[in-house]
Design a protein around this ligand. Structure first.
Ligand SMILES: [Zn+2]
Ligand SMILES: [Zn+2]
Length: 299
């Protein structure tokens, strides 16, 4: 199980016991009943490249406010009835008439006695101290689709906090973070691997193993492979989010030039220095860097 509990704590809205916020039908109709909604919970979820590419199911541990079972959420002892607030007569709002130059104006504000709830808990529930909700550690299974990217936010409905003393829970929001892969770099739905080979391997040809999202793959380098060549491993990239396609892996060949030479090595290479085959002779089919980029990433 993935314990991302340590990342908990980034919470939308005011999470204090008396500060839950309202969303949805507000104002207008005066005495109209509002649906109280708890705050959203937001967590960050780090995924590796394989999880991003193929999608993954995770079980996430979160601490959230849930309805108190002892009082059923109203906050009073054993769930007995709560009193209607006498300050606002249960409307949750107080009205004040102000005389101005333009005449009388009525200003409405949240009732300070009940904090807009319209009800007062006189005999508090022992389990939740009158709050009507308790903090609980929940394990929430979530399915992450393939192809998500850094910063994408997924929402699990009603898995956030319930507000104090009754109402609907907010949502659990999951913000995706991509863990950088040691070998493969992401470029949209493609992944790029930088392969380094000796110029001997490049000249003679060789077969090498390269990492892919789903394990190793063996590729062949033809004799006379040029530095900068790009090989495409079809379908070895990242699945398209909400689609059916899949990106490719692009192996970018880098021919390694020795940085240090022993006297013997140097002597051997000196013999080849003026050999005609070692003189660069790029032909028209050997595209430069710019054309290759265009072909692979935009063609
Ligand atoms: Zn309670
Ligand atoms: Zn009140």
């Amino acid at each position: 199980m993935d314990d991302i509990f340590s990342q908990f704590g980034d919470v939308f809205g005011d999470d204090s016991p008396f500060g839950s916020f309202f969303r949805g039908a507000q104002g207008g109709g005066g005495g109209r009943q509002r649906v109280r909604r708890g705050s959203d919970l937001r967590i960050k979820l780090k995924l590796n490249l394989q999880e991003v590419a193929n999608g993954v199911e995770k079980k996430i541990k979160v601490k959230r406010h849930v309805t108190c079972n002892t009082c059923g959420g109203n906050g009073s002892k054993n769930g007995t009835a709560v009193q209607t607030c006498s300050t606002c007569q249960g409307t949750g709002q107080t009205r004040k008439v102000v005389n101005t130059m333009l005449g009388q104006m009525v200003s409405t504000s949240t009732c300070p006695t009940c904090n807009g709830e319209g009800k007062i808990v006189t005999d508090r529930c022992d389990a939740c101290f009158g709050e009507g909700r308790v903090l609980q550690e929940d394990v929430i299974p979530i399915k992450i689709p393939a192809g998500v990217a850094e910063g994408i936010q997924l929402s699990v409905g009603s898995k956030g906090n319930v507000p104090p003393r009754g109402g609907v829970a907010g949502d659990l929001l999951i913000v995706i973070e991509e863990e950088e892969d040691a070998d493969l770099k992401r470029d949209g739905n493609n992944v790029v691997f930088d392969l380094y080979v000796s110029f001997i391997d490049a000249a003679i040809g060789t077969s090498v193993e390269v990492p892919t999202i789903d394990g190793k793959a063996r590729i062949t380098l033809d004799p006379g492979t040029q530095s900068g060549k790009m090989l495409r491993l079809k379908g070895k990239g990242i699945k398209e989010l909400n689609g059916y396609g899949r990106g490719d892996e692009i192996v970018h060949v880098n021919v390694w030039t020795p940085k240090v030479l022993s006297a013997d090595e140097r002597a051997m290479l000196e013999k080849l220095r003026n050999s005609p085959n070692f003189q660069p002779k790029p032909n028209k089919n050997e595209k430069g860097f710019f054309d290759k980029m265009k072909d692979f990433f935009h063609g």
